[in-house]
Design a protein. Structure first.
Lengths: 255, 282
């Protein structure tokens, strides 16, 4: 009699591998019926990968169409088998996979669109945080600012791409709306992504603002963050940027 | 150890609805969206964020059940401690009336099918899965329910009928039973057994929840096979089975479950009203 572990091992090999034959004798049906029934499970496993990735990458689904999406996510599923019962991170490698597939063709922006979609999911899953205590900040002497380390909102995500990915996303996220034509050479994105009161928000950033937030999110001191921003952006205005980030609740604390 | 049944369950007998993310905001806007909700535990494993925030607000206003799909209770791999810790955390956070998982396996040797695969109905599997359910209950400090799954094949080594296996697991582990009536109907049609035999084989005191869902029929190798899609209205035969089940098991909290091609919330609410009307007439 087959032990439970042996049965599960043979069955799983049949589900995930190319040849289901070894599992057919486990099934209480004539071989052709058993093969057909096993195929139902094999199809489910394949479509579960597609469904998991579709929920993370709805805009990619819309852009490439169902047929190609099924093919590319199916290949992805075979190349990177699931190692968890928690599907939240099933598609984490997909943006890199898509970028590699299309690195030198006309669809080379797809990897960046997928990267934005993953980052949006990640932002939705991050904890909430109350806004900055302005009275506490007001009590800090101006000369002490340079040593402060500002803490960014735990759901804040920064995004950079040479393509107009935000417009591509906004134009395709509603499956009922007609997508607008987008000129891929129309300029790239520097974005802060931050869900706010159950609404997703994108904030376009100047280069200096992006560098400032990036430095602060890595725990840099304010003075060093401002220096880094000013070095990349001659127009950078540190006071205005700080005001803006406090108002947007992109900065929520300091120490 | 043994945990008391969720006898004073705060879930009302009126039908609840499976909560899906696309309905979150609508549920929050309505004053009485359902008698209660059931949420997939894994969807709220995150540290926080909008999903968790939405469920917290919904929990403030509605009774809740948490239903897991990823613990792989029947697997011969060690129980996944991280998954269990995440589950414990969501149970502590949302204090649900019921916690349930599936009487199935989905992983072995570290590889996951992310599907609810049937167990062979053997004494070995019965002892194994009962031990794992007991470990899960010890980790959570409370009784869980296990749900019978749909199946499209039977193993040659099975020595027990499915209902004998389900009843045996409940007796051995002390868990409760979540009886999915659609899954019973699908398995009965696919394997040629009687739904009535199944219901008669399940101890009445163990059943604490019903699931109702839809399925589709496909043609496979010249025979029709029912596939549990959870993507269609409850069919007439399953409504009939629901009538029979309510007569045998009494007023058990009932859930309308819809997982694929999820319709508007109103469609689920209409199915819940239908369940309530059937139970009232029974």
């Amino acid at each position: 009699m087959t032990s439970l572990h042996e049965l599960q091992t043979r069955f799983m090999d049949a589900l995930l591998g190319d040849s289901p034959d070894r599992a057919i004798p486990l099934i209480a049906s004539p071989a052709p019926v058993a093969a057909a029934r096993l195929e139902v499970y094999r199809n489910t496993v394949r479509s579960n990968v597609v469904d998991a990735l579709r929920s993370t990458y709805p805009v990619i689904w819309r852009l490439v169409g169902e047929s190609y999406f099924r093919r590319v996510t199916g290949e992805f599923g075979s190349q990177y088998p699931s190692r968890s019962g928690d599907l939240r991170h099933r598609g984490d490698r997909f943006p890199a996979h898509l970028a590699e597939l299309h690195h030198d063709d006309e669809y080379r922006y797809l990897g960046d669109v997928a990267r934005l979609e993953l980052l949006i999911q990640d932002a939705w899953l991050a904890p909430e945080h109350p806004p900055l205590d302005l009275a506490r900040l007001a009590a800090v002497a101006p000369e002490a600012y340079e040593d402060l380390r500002f803490i960014v909102h735990p759901a804040l995500r920064l995004f950079e791409s040479p393509y107009p990915v935000r417009r591509i996303w906004e134009s395709n996220i509603d499956p009922g709306a007609e997508p607008e034509p987008i000129d891929l050479t129309a300029g790239g994105d520097l974005l802060a992504v931050l869900p706010h009161r159950l609404q997703l928000r994108f904030h376009g950033l100047g280069r200096g603002e992006w560098v400032l937030l990036d430095a602060m999110s890595r725990g840099e001191r304010f003075a060093a963050s401002v220096d880094a921003a000013a070095a990349r952006d001659a127009e950078f205005d540190a006071a205005a940027a700080l005001h803006r980030f406090v108002a947007l609740e992109a900065i929520v604390d300091f120490m | 150890m043994q945990y008391g049944a969720n006898a004073r369950s705060p879930l009302p007998a009126a039908a609840g609805i499976g909560l899906r993310a696309r309905h979150h905001l609508q549920v929050l806007e309505q004053s009485s969206a359902a008698a209660w909700f059931e949420a997939h535990s894994e969807n709220y494993f995150a540290d926080g964020g909008s999903q968790v925030e939405c469920l917290s607000r919904i929990r403030e206003r509605y009774p809740l059940s948490l239903h897991g799909v990823g613990l792989s209770l029947g697997s011969t791999d060690p129980l996944n401690r991280q998954h269990l810790a995440n589950l414990r955390r969501v149970v502590e956070r949302f204090a649900p009336a019921l916690v349930s998982e599936h009487l199935s396996w989905s992983s072995v040797n570290g590889a996951f099918a992310n599907d609810l695969l049937p167990l062979p109905y053997t004494e070995e599997a019965l002892r194994h899965v009962s031990e794992r359910i007991a470990q899960t209950q010890d980790s959570l400090g409370r009784q869980i329910l296990v749900e019978n799954v749909s199946s499209y094949l039977e193993y040659g080594c099975s020595a027990l009928r499915e209902w004998e296996f389900v009843a045996g697991v409940a007796a051995e582990s002390g868990c409760g039973i979540l009886l999915d009536l659609n899954n019973i109907y699908v398995a009965a049609q696919n394997h040629g057994f009687s739904c009535d035999d199944y219901l008669r084989g399940i101890p009445t005191e163990a059943v604490q929840e019903f699931h109702l869902a839809g399925h589709t029929r496909i043609d496979l190798a010249g025979r029709s096979l029912l596939i549990d899609t959870h993507g269609a209205p409850v069919c007439d035969a399953v409504w009939d089975l629901y009538r029979t089940a309510t007569q045998r098991f009494g007023d058990v909290p009932t859930l309308i479950e819809w997982d694929t091609d999820i319709p508007e919330l109103e469609v689920l609410q209409a199915e819940a009203r239908k369940a309530d009307a059937l139970r009232a007439a029974a």
